[in-house]
Structure formats: structure tokens, C-alpha cells
Design a protein around this ligand. Structure first.
Ligand SMILES: Nc1nc2c(ncn2[C@@H]2O[C@H](COP(=O)(O)OP(=O)(O)OP(=O)(O)O)[C@@H](O)[C@H]2O)c(=O)[nH]1
Ligand SMILES: [Mg+2]
Length: 491
């Protein structure tokens, strides 16, 4: 009896919650899901695959509501915010499915509303809930998110940190030009537009260089230096950290005063509105990371990725007394850190990849002093571009992945034409997650080069049923991600 009593009071509480907290939401409860990640992490592909699988009833055995047949239908509806660009779902799917090309880079925020009609699993919920959930998905560049910590930093803090980061071994050579230039400049000299511009351009060039493939470094703020949008060339983007600016108020009319004013303008006109309008309204968040790329580039890039995830997490769940707390109107209660592109590895390595991400997220959670939201991790592929097989080499049988490498991808001196299928032995991830974080190099799995072999594949060719119906996009563990992100709202 006791157990059914708890069940009853729990459900009553949920129902009450529905009544009071979301009075309007009783008829169409909504959940805002933020999808972020540094550029090329896989956001657009993830959103397209998620929506496609829900609309077309994809194979999602770990997504409970779908597995038990309780989802009546899922469809796109008009989004709630008229001023935000719509996520171009149809275009992206056409590219993926018909042309087998990956969608183009997105550079701005966009939104999509997916409504799910379902039957609740519990009789009580069926009485009280509309059996309808609107999922508002917001896609935005992770670089912009990294700007949030700036709100709590003075220009002197910002300068000091930027200089420290720039001098780290992984960045030192890339930042050399900018640091040399900054060293020749007296912050106390008269403000001069051309000096400001030269410094800002040199700083932006260094930030851009960090992002190139072979370095795979995560970005440093300010995010709009890489994706200026319509702000290109405006004074709010024409500034740079300075070498050793004093903490005291700079002389008015000095270069430092000018840089400080612009830095503050950037915070007021760019950073704050973005967070107030978008981030603070999120309920759930998925942070996509390209761990494969970072693993390939080595421990320095992994440490850098960890730093970026730490910064991102510290933005989502600011503690009491934090300057960000007041900005939040809702509380993000679940965050999923997801490594995409697991289809580049044989399934035997999927758990290892997940262990690596778990270790990265755990350390980030500790460092960010983060509490109060559930954080989970997953190694997944939103779109599975490969299948698995084995190849005999002498006496050994090697596990391989088979797919169509993108045109001009190379491995071992071979260049691919974008048409032929190829089997690739991707290599194994190290058994111990620690090895990939070891910057000292002593434990590096393979000192001669990256542990895993990595080529980009074209999207898969979709199978058709006997009746000619195209099946939904294949994936790896997308269902697990869905279950964590929205499963409880469909219970
Ligand atoms: N094999 C495989 N490749 C993927 C997957 N997801 C993304 N990719 C690759 O990663 C690239 C970037 O994916 P996008 O979804 O465009 O990344 P994004 O985060 O939206 O990038 P930006 O819009 O540039 O910020 C794609 O062009 C693919 O090459 C996946 O699930 N499997
Ligand atoms: Mg995108």
C-alpha cells in the first residue's frame, strides 16, 4: 500500500506542477532545447537527424515513448518567435538524403518547433495532460556561448587571461604575431583608429588560426570575432586585449580607454541581449563536441576542449550570488555532453569514446563548481555514415568501417574520389581514458601519429523497403540522447 501511496503523491505533485507552474502550458506544454557546440561539431546534422527520426518513426529502441508505441505523431509547427530565423530543416534533409552531402555551415541562431502527440504511460497523467509536447529547438554557435563569462570580467581581466592563454604552448606560435604587435604598443598613448584596427585584425587572425583542422583548438572569446555577422567592421568589434593594462582608470583619450569602451560596448550590445533573449529561456541543453577531431590532434587539443566545456558549463548553472544568476528566467535542469561522429570508430570503441567524454565532462563539472542539473554524456552519431565489417590480413581479422569517403579525403597517400566505397581500419581508442589527456606525452598511445585514423565520409545511402519507402536516417545512440533530453516529458 505504501508504495502506491508514494506513486500517487508523486503523480499528484506532477499534476499540480502542471496546473500552477504551467497554467497555459496545460494545453500545449513546451520544452526549449538548446543545441550548441563549437563550429563543425555537428549541430545542424544532429537537429536534422533528430527531427527526421521522430517524424518518420525511426528505429529508436532506447527512446521509451517511441519503443512502446505511445507516440501518435510528430510534426513541425510554426515556431513561437517570429523574429528568429527558422531552422531550414527541409533543405538540410534534402541535402543529406537526396544529394548525400552534408549541410552547409550555419552562422547564426535559428529555431524550429516540433510537436509530439503521445499517450502518457500513466493513467493519471492521461487524465491531466494534453498528451502533447512542443519541443522548441534552438541552434546557435557555441562561440557565442563562450562570450558569457565576459559579462563578469573587466577589460583588465579579459586582457590578462587572453595573454596567458595565448602564451600556452599549444597557442604560442599562432599568437606570436599578435603578441609581438601588442608588445610595441603603449596603452597610455593617444587613441588612434588605425592602431586599434591593426591590433584587432591581428588578434582575430590568431583566433581564426586556432580553429584550423590540424590544431582543432576550441575558441576563445570574443565569439563574434570569428562570426561577426552584420557587426563586421563596427567599433564594437574593433578592439583587442592589451599587454598589461593597469587596473586603474585609464587616461581619457588614451588607447586603453578606447579599447575598454569598445569592450564594454561589445558586452552591452552583443553579449547581454543574446543571453537574455535566448540562453536564459532554455530548459535543456545538449553540448556537442567533436572529440574525434581533438583526439586526432593530441592531448593539447583535448585539454583545450576540456577548458571550453568547463567555461560552457559554468554559464548554464551559475550559483547563488553569481552575476549571471539574475539573467536566468528558467533553470536548465539537464545537460547532455555528446561526442558526435562515433560512426568513425568501430563499435568496440564506442564505449571507450564515451568514457573519454565522461572523464572530460566530470572534470569540467568539478572545475566549473557546477551543481543542480543532471549532466550525462554519450558517444553518438546523429547520422551514421558507415557500416561495419571485417577484413582478413594474414592471420588476423581486423574490424573495419565501410563508407564512401568524401572527395579529396586522403589516407596513406590515397586520395578518394567521393564515389567509391572503402573499408578503413580506424584503429582503437586507448583502453584507459587518462592516456588521451596526458599532455606530458609519456603515455601517448602512439608517438608516431594519431591513435585513430580519420577520414570524412559522405552521408549514407538510405535503404528503401520493398514498397519503395525510404527509411529514416541511421544513427548511433541518438535514441539514448533523446531519452535523456525529453523522455521524462513523455512519460
Ligand atoms: N560521419 C558523421 N559525420 C558527421 C556527423 N555529424 C556531423 N558530421 C560531420 O561534421 C560536419 C559538420 O556538421 P554540422 O552539423 O554542419 O556542424 P555544425 O555544428 O552545425 O557546424 P557550424 O554550422 O559550422 O557551426 C559535417 O559536414 C559532417 O562532415 C555524424 O553524425 N556522422
Ligand atoms: Mg550548423
Amino acid at each position: 500500500m505504501a508504495s502506491s501511496l508514494t506513486t500517487f503523491s508523486d503523480e499528484a505533485k506532477i499534476a499540480l506542477d502542471t496546473f500552477s507552474g504551467r497554467a497555459a502550458g496545460l494545453f500545449s506544454p513546451s520544452l526549449r532545447l538548446g543545441v550548441t557546440g563549437l563550429s563543425r561539431a555537428g549541430k545542424t546534422v544532429f537537429i536534422s537527424a533528430l527531427v527526421h527520426n521522430l517524424i518518420h518513426g525511426g528505429r529508436l529502441p532506447l527512446f521509451e515513448a517511441q519503443k512502446s508505441g505511445r507516440i501518435a505523431r510528430a510534426f513541425l509547427e510554426e515556431q513561437p518567435d517570429d523574429a528568429v530565423p527558422r531552422f531550414q530543416y527541409e533543405d538540410h534533409i534534402a541535402a543529406l538524403v537526396n544529394d548525400r552531402i552534408w549541410p552547409e555551415s550555419t552562422r547564426a541562431i535559428s529555431e524550429l518547433r516540433l510537436t509530439i502527440e503521445f499517450e502518457s504511460a500513466s493513467g493519471w497523467n492521461r487524465l491531466f495532460s494534453a498528451g502533447k509536447l512542443s519541443l522548441d529547438i534552438v541552434d546557435y554557435p557555441g562561440e557565442w556561448l563562450l562570450d558569457l563569462p565576459l559579462l563578469g570580467k573587466s577589460f583588465a581581466d579579459f586582457s590578462r587571461e587572453a595573454m596567458e592563454m595565448a602564451a600556452l604552448p599549444v597557442r604560442a606560435d599562432l599568437s606570436e604575431g599578435w603578441r609581438a604587435l601588442a608588445a610595441t604598443i603603449d596603452p597610455n598613448a593617444d587613441a588612434d583608429e588605425m592602431t586599434a584596427r591593426r591590433l584587432a585584425e591581428s588578434f582575430a587572425a590568431y583566433l581564426k588560426a586556432c580553429k584550423l583542422d590540424e590544431r582543432a583548438l576550441s575558441t576563445l572569446p570574443p565569439g563574434r570575432f570569428l562570426m561577426p555577422g552584420d557587426l563586421e567592421g563596427s567599433p564594437a568589434l574593433t578592439f583587442s586585449p592589451l599587454l598589461a593594462p593597469g587596473d586603474r582608470r585609464p587616461r581619457s583619450g588614451s588607447l586603453q580607454a578606447m579599447m575598454e569602451r569598445r569592450y564594454e560596448a561589445y558586452k552591452t550590445h552583443v553579449v547581454k541581449p543574446f543571453f537574455r533573449e535566448h540562453i536564459t529561456r532554455l530548459d535543456r541543453q545538449i553540448v556537442l563536441i567533436d572529440a574525434m577531431q581533438a583526439l586526432n590532434a593530441g592531448p593539447g587539443a583535448m585539454a583545450d576542449l576540456e577548458r571550453a566545456v568547463t567555461e560552457i558549463l559554468s554559464c548554464f548553472r551559475p550559483g547563488r550570488g553569481n552575476f549571471l544568476t539574475d539573467l536566468f528566467s528558467r533553470r536548465i535542469d539537464r545537460i547532455l555532453v555528446a561526442a558526435t561522429k562515433a560512426d568513425h570508430l568501430h563499435h568496440e570503441s564506442h564505449d571507450r569514446l564515451q568514457a573519454i567524454v565522461r572523464r572530460l565532462a566530470d572534470r569540467a563539472v568539478t572545475r566549473a563548481n557546477f551543481t543542480g542539473a543532471d549532466v550525462d554524456v554519450v558517444a553518438m552519431a546523429a547520422v551514421r555514415a558507415t557500416r561495419e565489417g571485417t577484413v582478413k590480413q594474414g592471420r588476423e581479422t581486423l574490424p573495419v568501417i565501410i563508407g564512401t569517403p568524401l572527395k579529396d579525403e586522403r589516407i596513406n597517400g590515397d586520395t578518394f574520389d567521393g564515389k567509391a566505397e572503402t573499408a578503413i581500419f580506424p584503429g582503437d581508442l586507448p583502453e584507459k581514458a587518462d592516456a588521451v589527456f596526458d599532455v606530458s606525452g609519456s603515455q601517448q598511445p602512439d608517438a608516431d601519429g594519431p591513435a585513430i585514423r580519420f577520414v570524412r565520409f559522405r552521408p549514407p545511402k538510405l535503404e528503401r523497403t520493398a514498397e519503395g519507402v525510404t527509411l529514416s536516417l541511421p544513427h548511433i545512440r541518438l535514441d539514448r540522447a533523446l531519452q535523456f533530453l525529453i523522455g521524462d516529458h513523455l512519460a
